[in-house]
Design a protein around this ligand. Structure first.
Ligand code: BG6
Length: 517
């Protein structure tokens, strides 16, 4: 059975206008690391798109900065190529580009040199006059993370952290390499900036479907009563990628899947799924609840790490007729690398709502397909009245499964048992589906569009706060420590498969199986 869910007319246009039709003040955006990948693939295409849709003020300017020497014109030309190539689901319009390009500037500079900041300061003064940016400046740190602390210190030393208008700083992930370095970075940042001017980005929180988890849970009355240990058997969060490390071998070798995805994106998704309802939908309350949830996650003891966490690394394989390199054969990767390209963790949340409900999180590169979803498995009914008539064992013993699909086919589906037509009482699982694309039929903004607008508008709801980052490092740190001192027998899964056997065994010990997404 499939039900097409049609959106109803806006019930509360006032509330809509608060978040979506928000007014974004004039400002200048300084991108450090402007010649890097993130800037080309995400930031400039998002800014162009926001400009095209007039969702940001036309009084704005972008100042790109990196070490490469370039004129404004050369920067514009480079960005033109990237924007036309990486613009998602949207046409590239030459006329709009011409106006947009007039807002792009470039300042070459090394972040460790004082002179770079003075040049930047003069450029900011210039654009403030020419583009009437009102003295508001949003700095975006998208450089090598090892520069973050120094760049912020120097922004302070050159008085760039304050001025006529507001000053805010977006900091890209990774925020620290471990708990200690994240804490140190926070301290260094706070010597110059107050917390309300710090925007730590986690682009998963900006994804429409992740935001929709809150609407689904707290905008409806029928799900929340079931959303607890009495009715939920287990929760599975999967973020599988079919791609490998895509030329980022050097970075990834040092990071690994647990750091790259679970410490940040997926623990934030877990917090969104499991947090308590905020009393008011504003930045402070939403972030308080997320932080509270993360603090309630049990910190595993070193001796239990092997029981609750599994590391994997892909080896070479032939996938669909194509030879795929193993991780250790990727460029810039050590042939003996101990990096986890797959990580699966069982978390327990020690609070009244979730005590004893396992939250299984897994992520990996070179999985059979790209899919991110959350599966909430509800308990079996108290009596298995139809169980003799049902084939399939474990899966059908617990027929009710709610799947929130984050990407790529965004939507929500609920599985339940239904009588099969005909005589006798044979039952089989069917599902009720909501699909974003067919229900709304309009383009959804990318996470970076949403988050950039939020930062310009001064709304940090979807950005992480110091205590959230601290708590999410605390829950992965014991695992990182134990893994850091282990010698794994890698590779332990072939490219194009669902990860190592040990991961299935981890769930089997609790009487569970991974769902096939
Ligand atoms: C990034 C990771 O933060 O998120 C990448 O560093 C990963 O390794 C990416 O591929 C996944 O993001 P998305 O939006 O494609 O799911």
């Amino acid at each position: 059975m499939s039900v097409l869910v049609q959106p109803l007319p806006d019930v509360n246009p006032l509330q809509d206008s608060l978040r979506f039709a928000r007014r974004v003040p004039p400002c200048a955006i300084v991108i450090f690391g402007a010649s890097g990948d993130l800037s080309k693939r995400k930031l400039l295409p998002s800014l162009y798109r926001l400009f095209y849709e007039r969702r940001i003020s036309q009084n704005f300017a972008v100042i790109g900065s990196s070490r490469t020497a370039m004129s404004d014109e050369q920067f514009r030309e480079r960005m033109r190529e990237s924007v036309s190539k990486f613009l998602e689901d949207a046409p590239f319009d030459e006329d709009v580009w011409k106006s947009f390009a007039q807002c792009l500037f470039y300042v070459a500079g090394d972040l460790s040199e004082e002179a770079s900041y003075e040049r930047l300061k003069s450029k900011l003064d210039e654009v403030e006059k020419s583009h009437q940016t009102g003295g508001n400046v949003l700095f975006y740190l998208s450089t090598q993370p090892s520069y973050y602390a120094e760049a912020i210190r120097k922004l302070g030393a050159h008085q760039l952290h304050k001025g006529n208008g507001w000053r805010r700083v977006i900091i890209e992930k990774p925020f620290g390499h471990d708990l200690a370095s994240a804490r140190k970075l926070n301290e260094e940042i706070h010597q110059v900036l107050v917390e309300s001017d710090v925007y730590r980005i986690d682009h998963y929180l900006g994804k429409e479907t992740v935001q929709n988890i809150l609407a689904f849970r707290f905008g409806n009355g029928i799900f929340e009563p079931l959303w607890n240990r009495r009715y939920v058997d287990n929760v599975q969060i999967t973020a599988a990628e079919s791609i490998g490390v895509e030329g980022r071998g050097g970075y990834y070798q040092e990071a690994g899947a647990l750091r790259d995805m679970i410490q940040n994106h997926l623990s934030q998704v877990m917090a969104t799924i499991a947090m308590e309802p905020p009393t008011v939908f504003d930045a402070a309350n939403v972030r308080d609840e997320r932080a509270k949830l993360l603090r309630a996650v049990r910190v595993v003891k070193p001796d239990d790490v092997a029981k609750y966490a599994v590391a994997g690394q892909y080896g070479p394989a032939n996938v669909g007729g194509q030879d795929i390199l193993g991780f250790r054969q990727e460029p810039s990767v050590d042939p003996n690398a101990q990096t986890d390209t797959y990580a699966a963790v069982t978390f327990f949340i020690d609070n009244w709502r979730w005590a004893d409900v396992p939250f299984y999180i897994r992520t990996g590169k070179r999985m059979p397909k790209r899919v991110t979803d959350i599966a909430i498995q509800f308990n079996a009914p108290p009596l298995g009245l139809f169980s003799q008539e049902t084939k399939g064992g474990l899966r059908e013993a617990r027929p009710n499964l709610l799947v929130l699909r984050i990407q790529p086919e965004e939507g929500i589906s609920l599985r339940f048992l239904s009588k099969s037509p005909g005589s006798g009482m044979r039952v089989r699982p069917v599902s009720m589906d909501f699909n974003y694309g067919s229900s709304f039929g309009e383009r959804t903004p990318t996470a970076y569009e949403t988050l950039l607008v939020d930062a310009m508008a001064g709304d940090p709801t979807l950005y992480t706060r110091q205590d959230m980052v601290d708590a999410s490092w605390q829950i992965v740190q014991p695992i990182l420590d134990v893994w850091g001192n282990s010698k794994f027998d890698f590779p332990n899964y072939p490219a194009g498969t669902w990860g190592p056997k040990a991961s299935d065994e981890m769930l089997a010990r609790q009487g569970h199986v991974w769902r096939v997404p």
